[in-house]
Design a binder for this molecule. Structure first.
Ligand code: AGP
Length: 599
């Protein structure tokens, strides 16, 4: 909001947020009444539907990922009250929407859409006339709402202000020169300002062109210090690449270097991790490490658990945060909990962290997005510094998370029994990674060729043993997520206990075969697959598998504990090129959103 027309700013901001949801989009501006445009489809479709004379310095917009009601023009946000006075955009889920809708309908309210969000517009409209401010009307409406939200609300009768509120779904305020902004992600704001304020759960804010006020849920004003974000608008461009995904895969030599920067101590062979806020005595006091995260974050956590067990000899395991939070976990005072999230906003992970904190657990975070909800909730942690990840499929955040775990494992190891010589081995190995990733990226054209060859199959098996298993899981996840080829990951050791029945010429296997102590076992597995007529694409270190594999991608050798990081890179390229060959929407795969801020 401010002196400029809101619509172009909203459309530009929505395009930047489209990776968060993209089945329909809409905008509303306030100019002697509310003017609305909403369409099923992409932000580009919305831009075509917005007329040139869509004037007004105050507006809100939304790009949707359907939860209630199919993607359609009417179900797109903003949703308006029946008298067209109040407009609302909403991220999250109103869990008691059915009950609220029934009550409103019993009072004669006629609904236009199937969404949960529309109840919010009607609820605000019911009190907006009789309350002194829009802020009060929104607060009253939210009292009856159960669920999660990040909302922005307009009142046609109060054309100088926007009210935003947060509960479980991010809201960030951008402070401009005589203009104010709000969004669910800084990506939409950095073109206009780098000064931002994050709302906490339960907080509400009133924005006017000349400033803003924030309030706690009870109505008391809160004091917020603006933060300067260190991302630039250019970080959100494709930088000349055909897709964000290829850009983000290709950036990994630099992003990995940034995650390592200033954290490797070549003198004492330790890792500097000041953000953990833990002295050596406290670090030694933990008897276990429990890692939680969702999707690819969880798989990188499995690599992390392995690293911690190997280097620090502390029992460690990873679990999906989405499961952990619902099983009433036993929270142990001698366990260190580690929450992983690229976005820092994944609702399941955030809820798991909150549950842990309620029970007195010590939680640290491995997070990419600075100042995000999870980063603010944890007791300390490691920022990835990988820069914004835009493509829905996580790549550079995955490798940087695995590296953050290697640093954590080195740190824990060196306060326990990892010798300086062993510490040096890991420090040297980590320092070599950026150049080795570069070497793998140079194989891009050859991997693209293999992708085209394998993309003709409707299904693929991924196998790996111990360190290779999370790599296989992540490889399968990448492939299915963006190419829609069905992919199943199995521990190679488990193949003969069931899935071997599937193997045949029509189901190729991608086998992760590092040159570690399990090489011979893995080669036996390859033999078993080949004996059943299965094709094998091997990702590994050297040629012994070549005789047993139809195709081989060789990656440079590092230390065996760090090899999983390098073995992941060809799998990212394999999935990317398969998706391109199949003409998929690489950066915005169907049914998915970048940060899953709903349950
Ligand atoms: C990764 O490719 C996926 N899009 C997804 O599994 C993702 O890793 C998961 O939703 C967790 O996201 P976060 O790291 O932002 O918490």
């Amino acid at each position: 909001m401010g002196p400029k027309d809101a619509a172009p700013i909203l459309l530009e901001g929505l395009a930047r947020l489209e990776y968060r949801g993209y089945d329909s989009a809409g905008v509303v501006v306030s100019n002697r009444g509310l003017k609305v445009r909403k369409v099923k489809g992409r932000v580009a479709d919305l831009a075509k539907a917005v007329p040139a004379r869509f004037k007004g310095g105050l507006g809100i917009g939304h790009t949707r990922w359907a939860t209630h009601g199919v993607p359609s023009d009417v179900n797109a946000h903003p949703h308006l009250s029946a008298d067209q006075r109040v407009a609302v955009v909403h991220n999250g889920i109103v869990e008691n929407a059915t009950e609220l809708r029934a009550k409103l309908e019993a009072d004669g309210v006629v609904f236009a859409s199937d969404t949960d969000t529309e109840v919010l517009a009607h609820l605000v409209a019911r009190t907006v006339e009789d309350t002194a401010s829009l802020e009060e009307a929104v607060r009253k409406a939210l009292k009856s709402v159960v669920g999660t939200y990040g909302i922005a609300v307009l009142d046609a009768e109060r054309p100088g202000e926007i009210v935003v509120a947060r509960n479980g779904s991010p809201i960030v305020i951008g402070i401009g020169e005589k203009e104010m902004f709000a969004a669910s992600d800084v990506a939409a704001l950095v073109r206009y300002t780098r000064q931002v304020v994050h709302l906490e759960d339960g907080e509400l804010a009133v924005l006017r062109a000349d400033g803003f006020h924030t309030f706690a849920s009870g109505g008391l004003e809160t004091a917020k210090e603006p933060l300067t974000v260190d991302v630039e608008a250019g970080h959100y461009d494709t930088g000349g690449y055909e897709h964000y995904l290829l850009k983000e895969i290709s950036e990994q030599p630099e992003t990995v270097a940034r995650t390592l920067s200033g954290r490797l101590d070549e003198r004492f062979h330790i890792a500097h991790l000041g953000g953990l806020n833990m002295d050596a005595r406290e670090t030694r006091s933990f008897r276990r490490v429990k890692i939680i995260g969702c999707g690819s974050a969880y798989y990188s956590g499995q690599i992390g658990a392995q690293l911690i067990e190997e280097l620090a000899r502390i029992p460690a395991d990873a679990e999906p945060a989405s499961e952990f939070r619902y099983r009433n976990p036993v929270v142990d005072p001698d366990t260190l909990y580690v929450a992983i999230s690229q976005s820092g906003e994944t609702y399941d992970t955030l809820a798991a962290v909150q549950e842990l904190k309620r029970k007195g657990g010590r939680v640290i975070g491995i997070v990419n997005a600075v100042g995000s909800a999870i980063a603010r909730e944890v007791d300390g942690g490691i920022y990835l510094h990988a820069g914004p990840e835009v493509s829905v499929a996580s790549t550079k955040a995955f490798t940087s998370t695995a590296i953050a775990f290697a640093l954590l494992a080195l740190h824990f190891g060196r306060v326990h029994d990892l010798s300086p010589a062993e510490g040096r081995r890991i420090v040297d190995g980590l320092a070599k990674l950026p150049a080795q990733i570069e070497e793998i990226l140079e194989q891009g054209p050859a991997i693209a060729e293999l992708s085209r060859k394998y993309a003709v199959h409707p299904s693929m098996m991924f196998v790996g043993r111990v360190r290779g298993y999370p790599v296989a899981r992540e490889g399968a996840q990448k492939l299915k997520e963006i190419s829609y080829i069905h992919a199943e990951a199995y521990p190679a050791s488990e193949l003969k206990h069931g899935p071997l029945a599937l193997i045949g010429p029509e189901l190729p296997t991608v086998a992760i075969v590092p040159d570690d102590e399990l090489l011979d076992k893995n080669l036996t597995t390859l033999g078993e697959i080949r004996a059943r007529g299965g094709r094998v694409l091997m990702i590994g270190h050297r040629e012994p598998g070549a005789k047993l594999a139809d195709d081989v991608i060789v990656v440079p050798r590092n230390e065996i504990e760090l090899d999983p990081i390098l073995l992941t890179i060809p799998l990212q390229l394999l999935a990317y090129h398969a998706a391109v060959a199949l003409e998929r929407d690489v950066d915005k795969p169907r049914n998915l959103a970048k940060s899953v801020t709903v349950e």
